[in-house]
Design a protein around this ligand. Structure first.
Ligand code: ATP
Length: 250
């Protein structure tokens, strides 16, 4: 779907990303894992076109227009608008009429388990429901890929787990949907991703790639030995990156 080659990003004297290479294929879920401040969100902002890279190249494969849906840690719903109008916003921005946009937004809300809450305001929804609304808003334009920046980070453990499983179910329904997920949780990465990209501390580059898809089992994955082996592998890759950085700074 897309390739990032030798991506570099600088803000004044601060080098955030350097020589970062990343490939995302259609239908693939990739988790970006790395220490705080290593530039994970910056990678997403470059992909979403919100941030111009200082160097390197972003190339889309033939046939793919860069159509993204994004969800961030905060649901960022407009507090004065009903949920259906929040979800309909990207369609309205594309020029769709209010009636048609609301109809598609309501259908999308039903798909994420928010049927019946179309007229609710954000303060009437729980944190998990607000995140569902943000997911519906990201999916309402039927994007080819989702950019998820710690979307479940502010939720309680059970809601987080449930929304993760719902995301997997959604991906199974739409097999071509690609997902790039920024997370701090190695458990979440191994639970949800096909491939984990571990970044080094700033300047961020790819330190290790861990293949999850070929080890994943359909049943009881999160209780399996293979799951815990991959969790350990991801933890070790993260820790090794930190040690290298501390060594370099010493
Ligand atoms: N617009 C900006 N101007 C200046 N510095 C910036 C800008 N955007 C990001 N940075 C800096 O780039 C670095 C990486 O930020 P980024 O948010 O991408 O990291 P992250 O890995 O997502 O962090 P976290 O895991 O804590 O969310 C940080 O030091 C941040 O202060």
């Amino acid at each position: 779907m897309l390739t990032l080659t030798d991506l570099g990003l600088r803000f004044g004297g601060l080098t955030v990303l350097q020589g970062l290479n990343l490939r995302l294929r259609a239908g693939e879920r990739v988790a970006l894992l790395g220490p705080s401040g290593c530039g994970k969100s910056s990678v997403l902002r470059v992909l979403a076109g919100l941030q111009a890279p200082s160097e390197g190249r972003l190339a889309f494969d033939a046939g793919y227009a860069p159509r993204w849906g994004s969800v961030f840690q905060q649901a960022t719903l407009m507090p004065w608008a009903r949920t259906v109008d929040n979800v309909a916003l990207p369609l309205r921005l594309q020029g769709l009429g209010a009636g048609a946009a609301r109809e598609r937004a309501a259908a999308q809300m039903a798909r994420v388990g928010l049927g019946g809450f179309e007229r609710a305001y954000a303060h009437e929804l729980s944190g998990g429901m607000q995140m569902r609304a943000a997911l519906a808003r990201a999916l309402v334009t039927e994007p080819e890929a989702l950019l998820l920046d710690e979307p479940f980070g502010a939720l309680d453990e059970i809601t987080r787990e449930r929304l993760g499983q719902e995301l997997l179910a959604r991906c199974a329904e739409q097999p071509s949907l690609a997902v790039l997920l920024v997370t701090h949780s190695v458990f979440e990465a191994v639970s949800l991703a096909d491939r984990i990209v571990v970044m080094s501390p700033r300047p961020g580059r790819v330190r290790a790639e861990i293949d999850v898809a070929s080890a994943r089992s359909a049943e009881g994955w999160a209780q399996s030995d293979a799951y815990f082996a991959l969790v350990r592998q991801a933890q070790e890759a993260l820790a090794a990156g930190m040690q290298t950085a501390q060594g370099a700074a010493a």
